[in-house]
Design a protein around this ligand. Structure first.
Ligand code: 0O3
Ligand code: SF4
Length: 335
């Protein structure tokens, strides 16, 4: 393990659940990244669904998974939320919440046309990118949007402007060949949950090819995404294996796996503790542990307790930065 890591809290070794065999269990050091897990946008989105259930009673419909985590979705479903993919699955007389990832303009427009009660749980940092897209359109610029095709945030942001005024760029290779309309000024924007390093390479290429391209006023990749990636860079080099708690459709969680692997450390995405194969622990003395922005802290504790079945655990929290971001709830749920 790297002795120079900033370790904020070193705990006593945990006694495994089945005492007696403790002395024979090999030790396992856990380097737990901080920050990890829920960001302010996810906290807010989940709170919106809970408050909508209190205010309107069940069922409250939610368009798309409120955040990309099955545990979160299942617990809200137990409280009376009904998850659907499209508005046409929502009855006329029930409220609907739009997920944290944002929606194309056509979705609230359709909700208004049908006179539905709707609450928008789009993260304010995603909404900020939506507004930038509108502003660039007003300025007559064609937008190169950096993001992953098919992701709901990408569909939502690209749906803020008419088709033909925005072009998706997914990779550095695409940035090298993209041919936007000739003679039209350009701007670029990005998805909020991208790899900081890959995006820097893509934007550098766009700026090299199109020196007058307008950049976002501030980085579109959000604070939570960049902080979680930086935190993995702190733990991965001293770990034999990195576990990332998150869903396979969670963009920000997938990026954390990539960051660990690029540090030269094998990494696994797991949804729950039960996904851990005990064989992964062969020859492993230190595990780095983190969680994507949509994964609850309860799952981190579940993983630690699960590992304690097999090993005597020494937990260390490695803090790379402090976070204290909180977003206000929509007024219609606080009045
Ligand atoms: O965008 P991503 O797939 O990472 O979404 P998650 O996993 O639900 O995490 C929350 C992030 C978000 C709502 C968009 O920025
Ligand atoms: Fe908002 Fe960032 Fe969290 Fe996405 S990851 S919900 S943009 S704070």
């Amino acid at each position: 393990m790297n002795a120079h890591l900033p370790v904020s809290a070193a705990r006593e070794p945990r006694t495994p659940p089945t005492a007696g065999a403790a002395a024979t269990r090999p030790g396992l050091t856990l380097l737990i990244a901080a920050p990890r897990g829920f960001c302010a946008g996810v906290d807010r989105a989940i709170e919106i669904v809970k408050r909508a259930l209190e205010r309107y009673g069940a069922p409250v419909y939610v368009r798309h998974e409120i955040v990309h985590n099955r545990f979160v979705v299942d617990s809200l479903r137990d409280k009376g939320a009904v998850f659907v993919e499209e508005l046409d699955e929502v009855p006329d007389d029930r409220p609907v919440v739009f997920s944290a990832h944002g929606v194309p303009k056509s979705v609230p427009a359709e909700a208004r046309r049908r006179d539905l009660i709707y609450v928008d749980a789009t993260c304010p940092l995603v909404s900020k990118v939506h507004r930038q897209a509108e502003r660039q359109l007003e300025k007559g610029r064609h937008i190169l949007f950096i993001g992953h095709a098919g992701h709901p945030e990408v569909i939502g942001t690209m749906g803020q402007v008419p088709p033909g005024t925005i072009t998706l760029v997914e990779t550095l290779e695409q940035a090298q060949v993209v041919t936007p309309p000739a003679g039209v000024p350009l701007a670029y924007l990005t998805q909020t949950t991208l790899s900081v390093d890959d995006t820097a390479a893509i934007t550098a290429e766009l700026e090299r090819r199109f020196p007058d391209i307008a950049a976002p006023r501030a980085e579109d990749i959000c604070y939570a995404t960049s902080n979680r990636q930086a935190a993995v860079k702190q733990i991965a080099p001293g770990s034999d294996l990195v576990l990332v708690i998150g869903a396979p459709n969670s963009s920000n969680s997938l990026r954390l796996v990539e960051v660990a692997e690029r540090c030269g450390t094998p990494a696994r995405l797991i949804q729950r503790a039960a996904d851990i194969d005990p064989l992964w622990l062969d020859g492993v003395g230190t595990i780095g542990l983190t969680a994507g922005a949509s994964a609850p802290e309860a799952l981190v504790r579940e993983v630690v307790d699960h590992l304690a079945q097999w090993r005597t655990i020494e937990e260390r929290t490695v803090v790379s930065t402090e976070e204290n971001m909180i977003f206000k709830l929509p007024r219609e749920l606080t009045d």
